[in-house]
Structure formats: C-alpha cells, structure tokens
Design a protein around this ligand. Structure first.
Ligand code: NAP
Length: 319
C-alpha cells in the first residue's frame, strides 16, 4: 500500500538526534513525520544519569528523553510508532517502507536510527541474557540489590554504570582488558574513589558460568600472563561498545569500516536529500549534545533542500 501523504521530511528514529530534527523541521514549517519502533529516546532513555548535557547539571537519561519528546510534541510533530524496513532513494522524492508494507514518500529523509550495544561474544552470554547478563544498568540494576556483580568494559558507559551499580549492589568487579581505562578522567577518578568497586585490569572473561537459576560466576583470564581465575557474581553487565544501526542505509551511501555513515558538514550523505545524524553518523565523539546538534543541522539543511525541490517541481509543471 502506498500512502497518498507526501511528506517534506521523514525522520527515521526517535532518539535525541531524531527528536531534535523533528523539532527544527516543524519550526521550519515542514510537513514532517518521525518514525520510532520503540519508546522514543534511544540509548539515552536507558542511560543512568546525564551530567554533561548543557543546562542540566544532573538529569536522568529517561527524564531528559521525556523533555526532548515533550518539546518536539509542542510543535505538533507527527510521531508514528512502527518499524521501518527499508529506505528507497529516488530522484524527485525518497521512499520509506514501514513494517506493514506502507510506503511513505518524502523529499528528504533523515536517518537517525542510532546504534545498539555490542556483545562480548563470551561463552554463556546469549543463554544467560535476562538471567544475570544485562546491557543496561538502569533497567536491571534493581534486580541485583545487595548482590555481587561484574561490569565488563573500560569506556564511559562501563565506568558510569559501575558507579551506578556500586550504590545499589554489595560489590562491583570492574573488569577491563587493558591496564588503562578509555573512559573520561572525571569518571575514572570517581571509580578510583568508590570503595565498592574492585578493578580487575588486564583481564578478560573466558566464560559466564551459570546454573538453572542463572549466572553464578565468571571464569577469567589474565591478558598479561594467561593466568586463569574465577569470581562468584550473580550479575554481569556488559558495556564493550556500540554498533551503529546502519541496516536501513541504502546502497550508494558511504559507510566507514566501523559501520558509521559518512556525511558532509550538513549531515547530508552521498545521496542528495538523505541525511544521517546522531550515533549513526561518523564523527569525533558520540555525545547527546552532538546528536542534538546533528538533528538541528540536518533539519535546517533538509528545509533548504525541500524548498529547492519544490521550486524545481513548479518549474517542471510550468514548462
Ligand atoms: P567505548 O568507548 O567504545 O568503550 C568500549 C570499551 O569496551 C573499551 O574500554 C574497550 O576496550 C572495551 N571492549 C571492547 N570490546 C571488548 C571485548 N571484546 N572484550 C573486552 N572489552 C572490550 O564504548 P562506550 O563506553 O559504550 O561509549 C560509546 C560512546 O558513547 C563513546 O564515545 C563515549 O564517550 C560515549 N558515552 C559518553 C558518556 C558521557 O559522556 N556521559 C556516557 C556513555 C557513553 P579498549 O579500551 O581496550 O578498546
């Protein structure tokens, strides 16, 4: 089924980048729709606390997303809660196919699909998902109150979430494969000062051990001397990075070797009128403030693009 509604801009994804794009698109008087398959907010909605979004010294990730959503809705942004299955580039307009087969058409498309947590690829990881293995401390931390847990990773997410878990669990083992964290200095200092966190540097997980009730421990190996050890834990929180959701990026658009979409300074891809923003786009850092900035840039550039397309259409009709 092809809907008759022709949008100026179709935004795919409802995280900070998509919602900001929606807000700016409506402010530019564009006929815009945002499509989100889950709860708007993206990865930020499952982030513990945010301390680096300007204007908010400290705010919960979910709460910040609610504010983005509320702000976008204040401009009457149309939001459809469904899945996008493909993006079809065109010349006069682009198509976006939804899970029920509906094809929406738009002069411009802003891809804001974000990314997902990477797996550790450890033995026992898949079978214990939801039975002690988690990728979200704010979602699942509560189930491990006063228990011993492990956090795997050495980036900002691992450090932030280890700090969060240290407040509610009995003890957190923070396990990192190198002897130096990748995460920011300020988070490292807080981790070092937290008595409930024991850091295991230069250590990898060789197996997540479990019984019928779920995770019971971790078999570990030193990356320095191959020495093996075991720790008893009831939960393991895995934060080993992030992969961009580039499945909806159509052929003809350059993607770098890590899966991020390459754009110009307007966030426009190789295909005119198709933009990529937020955690999907190749850039120096993945931050909420940068995702929001991308959304703004892409919407302003899309507004200019749509205006140009409409002039071309009028000229064609008059010819
Ligand atoms: P990340 O920065 O890519 O860090 C991933 C960590 O996991 C690294 O320490 C890496 O080790 C480790 N790792 C990767 N694969 C592994 C494996 N197979 N086994 C063991 N360890 C492995 O990912 P992130 O922490 O999710 O952060 C993603 C982005 O979001 C970053 O740009 C980050 O700055 C940003 N972020 C910002 C904030 C904030 O500012 N408040 C909060 C969260 C995230 P190596 O270091 O050895 O590579």
């Amino acid at each position: 089924m092809t809907e008759q509604v022709m949008y100026d801009v179709i935004i795919v994804g409802g995280g900070p980048a998509g919602l900001t794009a929606g807000m700016y698109a409506k402010r530019a008087a564009l006929n815009a729709v945002l499509i989100e398959k889950g709860v708007p907010g993206g990865q930020v909605a499952i982030t513990t606390g945010v301390e680096n979004y300007p204007g908010f010294k400290e705010i919960g990730g979910f709460e910040l997303c609610e504010k983005f959503l509320e702000h976008a809705k204040a401009y009457d942004l149309e939001i459809r809660n469904t899945e996008v299955v493909s993006t079809e580039p065109g010349i006069d307009y682009h198509g976006v196919t939804l899970a029920d087969g509906t094809v929406l058409t738009g002069h411009a498309v802003i891809l804001a699909a974000g990314g997902t947590s990477k797996k550790l690829q450890a033995k026992g990881e898949d079978e214990n998902f939801g039975k002690g293995v988690s990728y979200c401390a704010t979602c699942d931390g509560f189930f491990f109150r006063n228990k011993v847990v492990a956090v795997i990773g050495g980036g900002d997410t691992a450090l932030e979430d280890a700090l969060y878990l240290a407040k509610i669990t009995e003890k957190v083992y923070l396990i990192h494969r190198r002897d130096e964290f990748r995460g920011s200095r300020i988070l490292q200092q807080r981790v070092f000062a937290e008595p409930n966190i024991e850091i295991l540097y230069s250590t990898v997980v060789s197996e997540i051990v479990s019984d019928q009730s779920g995770v019971t421990g971790l078999d570990l190996k030193s990356t320095r001397n191959d020495e093996t050890s075991h720790i008893d834990v009831e939960g393991v929180f895995i934060f080993v990075g992030f992969s961009p959701n580039s499945q909806l990026v159509p052929a003809g658009i350059t993607i770098n070797k890590s899966g991020y979409v390459v754009t110009d300074e307007k966030c426009e891809t190789d295909l005119p009128g198709i933009f990529a923003v937020g955690d999907l786009r190749q850039k120096y850092a993945n931050q909420i403030v940068l995702a929001a900035a991308d959304g703004c840039t892409a919407a302003l550039a899309a507004a200019h693009y749509v205006e140009t397309r409409k002039v071309v259409e009028v000229e064609k009709e008059e010819a």
